[in-house]
Ligand binder design. Structure first.
Ligand code: AMP
Ligand code: GLY
Length: 424
């Protein structure tokens, strides 16, 4: 089969590396890809948020048998619907299901209606009403812009002044654009966090190995929120008991709730969860693979990823045995100085002599005059497996030191978090 993968980050490089191993996959196209992806796929320079343009390209390329849509924007814009309406096979939720990520107000209402555990909240479109409410709620309080904001539309406010300032920025100053037209004001939860992803065809849901992200830019979870600075898997505190609770109280109820709403979800459903003293609660849903979670999850997948993608599209996921390796995997993100705020691009990257079992996932890289240069905030994911998280971590850090580019920075504490949390 010939497959088109939509996206250009580390996550897409991880997906493409897994697809390249599949005996079912012949040729891979990547729209738009990056310098690492170019080694495995033919790059296609079409704006993937222009769903009609993508549809036209696929129509014109009769050798493409299957499209995988990974980023949130084209999913929310209805790229899967567009491709299906033209008779093409595509992996990912339709627009009416991708709303589970695209609107926090929608996902909070869904959880309330179907008794899926989550933080208590109120939603506001009116600034004055939100302002009055924030004056009465417990501190810390969490503010979330309703729409997609690249993982940056969430403010954890530790004082009432900070909360009022944040509200003003979101609703009046439009710091996150139209994403802030509606704001969710939410109770602050405490506990370890886990990214629990699952494949689902709307009838069956099969969990992936769990992982933990590090969203803040700096060590000890300080600094600004980012798309993710590193991940490890599996989450040490997530054993069989957790898996059972999350399946029964969160994963299955969510799949059934989306069916009941006439919004059957097919694709990857990502549950961002917190293990609170009252059990697991949903912090967020994503309608896609996580980034950089995917960079640690897919290297642990024993099953052919293409076989899973096809089974989801054909609604026969129950027939596939999704299996995972033992051991652990760690991914460390090497970022451009200044990220997640302003940073420079076009810096040459030198790779050194990396261990053969280290896998690089390119995120913000491009080729220029035969050299590989930076082209984004998150530049590379350095990934390695090991018998346990500590072994994988050592390997990742030893190899990260060999890579360099002007302004490069990374967190020094990926994989340490939750070391002391009780194992299940
Ligand atoms: P989100 O983009 O919704 O995943 O939020 C970004 C990060 O903010 C999450 O990974 C959590 O660490 C934190 N966060 C979001 N909502 C809450 C909450 N209700 N209580 C505590 N922390 C939260
Ligand atoms: N790493 C978090 C996300 O992909 O949303």
């Amino acid at each position: 089969m010939n497959v088109l993968v939509i996206g250009n980050g580390g996550r897409e490089h991880a997906v493409i590396q897994a697809l390249a191993k599949s005996p079912k996959v012949n040729k891979i196209y990547a729209m738009k890809g990056n310098a690492g992806i170019a080694e495995l796929a033919e790059l296609v320079n079409v704006d993937y948020c222009d769903v009609k343009a993508v549809g036209d390209w696929v129509d014109a390329h009769k050798d493409v048998d299957f499209t995988v849509v990974t980023p949130d924007d084209p999913l929310a814009l209805g790229l899967v619907d567009e491709l299906e309406s033209r008779g093409h096979r595509a992996f990912g939720p339709r627009k009416n299901a991708a709303i589970i990520e695209a609107s926090k107000a929608f996902s909070k209402e869904l959880m309330k209606k179907y008794n899926i555990p989550t933080a208590k909240y109120e939603t506001f479109s009116d600034y004055e009403a939100a302002k009055a409410y924030v004056d009465t709620c417990d501190i810390p309080v969490v503010l979330k812009a309703d729409g997609l904001a690249l993982g940056k539309g969430v403010l954890i406010c530790t004082t009432r002044e900070e909360a009022q300032d944040g509200l003003r920025e979101m609703m009046l100053d439009k710091k996150f654009g139209s994403a802030g037209n509606k704001v969710v004001v939410e109770e602050f939860l405490v506990g370890p966090e886990v990214s629990a992803l699952a494949f689902t065809d709307g009838k069956t849901i099969k969990p992936m190995i769990t992982s933990c992200d590090h969203k803040r830019a700096l060590d000890n979870d300080e600094g600004l929120n980012t798309g993710g600075m590193g991940t490890f898997c599996p989450a040490p505190f997530f054993g069989e008991k957790s898996a059972k609770e999350v399946m029964e109280k969160i994963m299955l109820p969510t799949m059934y709730a989306m069916n009941a709403e006439g919004r059957t979800f097919k694709g990857v459903l990502y549950f961002g969860l917190m293990k609170t003293k009252d059990g697991y609660k949903v912090i967020e849903y994503n309608s896609r693979f996580g980034d950089p979670e995917t960079q640690v999850i897919l290297p642990m997948l024993k099953t052919d990823l293409m076989e899973i993608f096809e089974a989801v599209v054909d609604e026969r996921l129950d027939e596939v045995n999704v299996e995972w390796e033992d051991g652990a995997c760690v991914c460390l993100v090497l970022a451009s100085g200044g990220y997640p705020e302003k940073y420079e691009k076009g810096k040459e990257i030198t790779f050194g002599d990396l261990d053969s079992d280290v896998v690089l996932c390119h995120a913000g890289t491009a080729e220029k005059d035969g050299k590989i240069v930076t082209s984004g905030g998150r530049v590379l994911g350095v990934c390695a497996k090991g018998a346990d998280i500590e072994a994988a971590r050592q390997k990742v850090y030893a190899n990260a030191k060999k890579i360099s580019f002007d302004g490069m920075f990374y967190r020094k504490d990926i994989g340490i978090k939750y070391k002391d949390v009780v194992k299940e």
